[in-house]
Design a protein around this ligand. Structure first.
Ligand code: C2E
Ligand code: MG
Ligand code: MG
Length: 753
């Protein structure tokens, strides 16, 4: 029996040898007894065998002519492709089949089929796709099926060496191949969002940075982490969380488009690789757009979710050359962005500490601080413009850290919100604020900020009731400041809590109105007594940007129409006061009247009970101009001078320490870490000079200013330094141009604080 099998196999082998043209030396005289073997010369029976073989469907045969056109293909193959033979025959082979550029086995190394055929290469198990879309009039929907073949073949030549075409075999591997594609897709892409996964992003970054290093190109890495995503999961459930992640992925794809590759690293962490983009002005704009779009509400089955995002940005080769360096740099920038308050971007800079670690430590310390009574409430007055009377005070949490000094709520509230610590923190603040307000004049209300996490806690109304009862404060003197994120919780619980609070008689204010996702439907559905116009509108209302002033007017108008009060936050100067007054503002909370004061100072200011504050501050708001004291380098020709920068704005700086400079002199300010700001002198007074920059500076995302471009490490490397991230200090002048022979033209004088 085995012998028969072996013989049959032998016969098939001979058959193929026959097909390939090398006739086997079969012995026609051999005696096989009563076995009806097929003689190589028995064309009829060989043909019959061939037919049987082709019909079996294990494999097919194909042949092309010298022009590359298909002259034969097994009829059963055409059947499998769902195409009549007449549509296949006489067609160029390369229009019917193509290699897969994404073949996970051969990615990158696989030569296109066309190339292989025209080089008359032997084909061995080449994976090709039947390309029905390439056939005229067929757009891939009618007729042809998606099919993957493994083809082998060899070129056939005549005795004179003339090419006659290909002869080959093919077999259908569609099922195995698609499974393999799916496996590799799963290994490379995130199944929830369809974005590249961590594995793929790591590989992409590694290969991009490697190739770019050689080509002296730059590449930016953005790291994103969603703010308040944990709350979506906790408050709305995991399916809602998944839906939000999917929608975030879609929005990112819309913003980033073709500019870069987006990946989800896991959880709520995303990453974007942006090749050839190193302008920090453009990157800041892009990051701003990402933050804005991700922060729009997400429609989720019965409700909406509200999240935000923080973005950290690192740029190769400036912030690092190797993948690990760039990833670490972007991570540090991300944590700095989160720490500075949410919804911000931040560029990496060498002085950033490991803030992930810092945040963990902060959480531990905060827990201790709460237990050890290290937290305090300060109170910022809200003033009625008409008569300068204080009508209320907002309680703002302050933390005097034993080692680190004062830490602002923008840094620690978000840490507390990520653990459940905020619930205890919030309860403490409510109790303390009610208690403190008891000794204020009865006309002064107390406002307490309430985090959405705290609000979503089913016991919240009871906490408020207890704080009022324990202190004896009249409910109408307590105002709770909520942000729109309270609406993302379970809407039944939210509604119930609103109802209970209203029954209690406390007042409700909607804080930070106008930022991100202001929705009129909230105003209609919830019983607010007050809107607080966000400081960001006031910041820019006196600038050229006319929109902010219009928005302020619109919010005040809306609030009036709905019978609510409005407080405008963050007024620092008289020009802002005049403007918001002209737009209808009646209540102000801002530094022009008072900063937040400790209870002791507040009581002193309240004096005998008539609590009035006169506005006091600068006439004009100068948002960009920051007073600084920073030692910088000033480069003029081939000399570097030391000077002190006194103030800095986007468009210029005032520096001190050089005598003999004249108007119009071109100077370069070395702001450190490869940042050279080119400018010219516009004003001189003794040792103080004003400089206007050629290219305005851009925001670093954290209230600071940076240059758009930096000295390229590639240029430094070309001048003999090792290729590495930019060091924090001064630009090495000796590399800028050899020389230094001329005499210094200015006199450097020492400047103190
Ligand atoms: P918020 O509720 O919008 O508070 C107003 C913030 O603007 C305060 O910052 C206040 O100091 C600041 N501000 C007011 N007027 C001016 C001004 O004229 N110029 C400038 N530059 N700033 C002004 P603060 O105290 O740093 O608080 C930041 C945020 O932290 C608060 O924003 C609030 O969302 C949160 N927060 C503070 N205390 C608590 C608390 O006890 N519980 C909760 N959940 N959040 C709190
Ligand atoms: Mg507030
Ligand atoms: Mg606010």
């Amino acid at each position: 029996m085995d012998q028969a099998k072996a013989k049959a196999a032998m016969a098939v082998k001979r058959l193929f040898q026959g097909l390939t043209g090398r006739h086997a030396a079969a012995d026609p005289e051999a005696d096989y007894g009563n076995v009806a073997v097929i003689s190589p010369h028995d064309s009829a029976r060989r043909l019959e065998l061939l037919d049987d073989f082709e019909c079996g469907g294990f494999a097919w045969m194909w042949a092309t002519d010298s022009e590359g056109r298909l002259i034969y293909v097994s009829a059963s193959a055409a059947e499998r492709l769902d195409k009549p033979l007449t549509e296949l025959l006489a067609q160029p082979f390369v229009t019917l089949f193509e290699t897969d550029p994404d073949n996970p086995d051969e990615r990158g190394s696989d030569r296109p089929l066309k190339f292989q055929l025209s080089a008359r290469n032997k084909l061995i198990d080449v994976t090709v796709r039947f390309a029905p879309t390439r056939l005229s009039g067929d757009h891939g929907t009618g007729g042809g099926r998606s099919a993957w073949w493994s083809i082998s073949g060899h070129p056939k030549f005549d005795a004179a060496g003339k090419f006659l075409g290909y002869r080959g075999s093919a077999k259908d591997i569609t099922i195995e191949y698609e499974r393999k594609l799916e496996d590799s897709r799963m290994a490379e892409y995130d199944s929830l969002t369809g974005l590249a996964n961590r594995h793929r992003m790591t590989r992409r970054l590694e290969s991009t940075l490697g190739a770019y290093k050689a080509a002296k190109r730059s590449c930016t890495l953005m790291m994103l982490d969603l703010d308040k995503f944990k709350q979506v999961n906790d408050m709305m459930g995991h399916p809602a969380g998944d839906e939000v992640l999917r929608q975030v992925a879609q929005r990112l794809q819309r913003v980033i488009g073709e500019r870069g590759e987006i990946g989800r690293l896991g959880g709520d962490e995303f990453q974007v690789i942006l090749p050839d983009l190193d302008d920090r002005g453009k990157l800041g704009e892009l990051a701003g757009k990402v933050i804005q779009i991700v922060s729009q509400p997400y429609p989720i089955e019965d409700g909406r979710a509200i999240i935000g995002t923080s973005v950290g940005i690192a740029i190769a080769p400036y912030d690092g050359v190797e993948r690990e360096e760039i990833v670490r740099a972007a991570d540090l920038a991300l944590y700095a962005a989160k720490n500075g308050g949410r919804g911000a971007f931040r560029f990496f800079s060498a002085d950033l500490k490991d803030e992930a670690e810092e945040r963990r430590l902060l959480e531990d310390d905060l827990r201790e601080a709460l237990a050890a009574d290290q937290l305090e409430l300060h109170y910022q007055p809200v003033v009625r413009i008409a008569d300068n009377m204080v009508v209320g005070c907002e309680a703002l949490m302050r933390w005097e850290h034993p080692e680190r000094g004062p830490i602002g709520p923008a840094a620690f509230i978000s840490v507390a919100e990520e653990s459940s610590l905020i619930v205890q923190l919030g309860e403490w603040a409510l109790r303390r604020a009610c208690q403190d307000a008891m000794v204020w004049p009865a006309s002064v209300r107390v406002a307490v900020n309430v985090s959405a996490v705290q609000f979503a806690n089913p016991g919240f109304a009871t906490v408020v009731t207890n704080a009022l009862a324990a202190s004896g404060l009249a409910p109408e003197r307590l105002e709770l400041e909520l942000t729109e994120s309270v609406f993302m919780g379970d809407s039944d619980v939210t509604e119930e809590t609103f109802k209970m609070l209203k029954q209690l008689g406390v007042r409700l204010a909607l804080d930070d109105f106008g930022t991100g996702y202001s929705s009129l439907s909230y105003l209609r559905s919830a019983p607010f007594d007050k809107l607080k116009v966000d400081k960001s509108f006031v910041d820019s209302c006196t600038q050229q940007d006319q929109n902010s002033a219009k928005i302020i007017a619109a919010i005040i108008g809306l609030s009036d129409a709905l019978g609510m009060e409005t407080t405008v936050e963050g007024v620092e100067a008289f020009d802002q006061l005049e403007l918001v007054k002209s737009k209808g503002a009646k209540f102000i909370q801002g530094w022009l009247y008072a900063k937040a004061l400790p209870q002791g100072a507040l009581l002193e200011a309240m004096g005998d009970g008539t609590f009035k504050i006169e506005p006091n501050g600068p006439d004009r708001h100068r948002p960009d101009r920051r007073s600084v004291f920073r030692r910088i380098g000033v480069i003029h020709e081939d000399h570097r001078y030391d000077a002190v920068m006194r103030d800095l704005s986007k468009t210029g700086a005032r520096i001190e320490g050089l005598l003999g400079v004249t108007n119009g002199t071109g100077l370069v300010l070395d702001l450190g870490a490869g940042q050279l700001a080119v400018g010219s002198v516009t004003r001189v007074q003794d040792a103080t000079i004003a400089i206007e920059f050629e290219t305005p500076l851009v925001s670093d995302g954290a209230g600071g200013l940076v240059t758009r471009h930096r000295v390229s490490p590639y240029a430094l490397a070309a001048a003999g330094m090792p290729l590495a991230a930019l060091p924090p200090g001064n630009y090495p002048l000796s590399l800028g141009g050899e020389g230094g022979s001329s005499k210094p033209q200015f006199l450097q004088v020492t400047v103190g604080r």
